[in-house]
Ligand binder design. Sequence first.
Ligand code: F6P
Length: 329
Amino acid sequence: MRIGVFCSGGDAPGMNPCLRAIVRSALASGHEVVGIRRGFQGLLDEDFYLGPEGKPLLGLRTVSNLSKLGGTILLSSRSEEFRTEAGLKKAVEHLKKHRIEALIPIGGDGTFRGAVALLQRWDGRIIGCPGTIDNDLMGTDYTIGFATAVNTAVEAVDKLRDTAESHERLFLVEVMGRHSGYIALYTALAAGCEVVALPETLTDVPHIVQHLQVLKARGKKSIMIVVAEGDEMGGADILNGQLRKAGCPFQTRMVTLGHLQRGGPPVPSDRILASRLGDFAVQAIEEGETGAMAGEINGQLVLTPFAETFVQHRAVPEELLALLKVLSS
Ligand code: F6P
């Protein structure tokens, strides 16, 4: 078979090791792999990664040393054109023209929505790999890139805690996650933060200020608040203003981590997840599966239909929220 692979949407650490696994597993089983650059847009532009001898096929050596490399050598994008009827038609034409029989997209919910639309017009097979730092997809315990993003955020919060402690300040640290509070909650718990503001829970400013007063009375010198960018209050800047207005007992400073969380070498757990899911996606295609995302639940590799991965908002674990409250004393 000729399998096309691409990365789409926001990049995530671990996309490269996932690509490596897909290429090595597919070649081991006698398939050919075409690397499509810049996601769905690359399919419309016939923009292929040139492998050995300048051919648009990926070879064993094309993916050497990718385990430790952040970002994606295939490049990524969000394509407006692909969402149009004309764009989808062109994508199908190009798939047929280049004799691509199956696709493995690595991306998040937007990527899988695109895959669903494509499958309504194309009879090839598509199995996706969850590549997003947000961990907002159903059908896998963790998405590729989440662990690295949390690691990066925790390192940043640990450093900020040092200066917060010296100056007896409160820091609001805004993390990514789009509409999900997963990165924020995991970061807050791992870095021993006092408060977390998530889209999944109500951010009650008077209650937070009251809690801060209690903590100050108990001798706390510094406070770290992790704010998910999608928090209903509107992010760290707005929450900072609200806290000050409500009589926050600490001097405050604010940091937005932003795209820092998307870069850097993937941590080992992301490399292993990426390798397992990439290989599993190839196996699933060989077995005739299509229209689903490869994921890992309780250590088991599973397929989940694309639509089920994004229709529902993935709730953050209640027990971790409760634990953070107990520990932030
Ligand atoms: O989906 C990954 C993500 O990093 C989100 O956490 C964030 O909201 C968004 O992408 C940022 O997108 P962009 O790179 O287009 O600014």
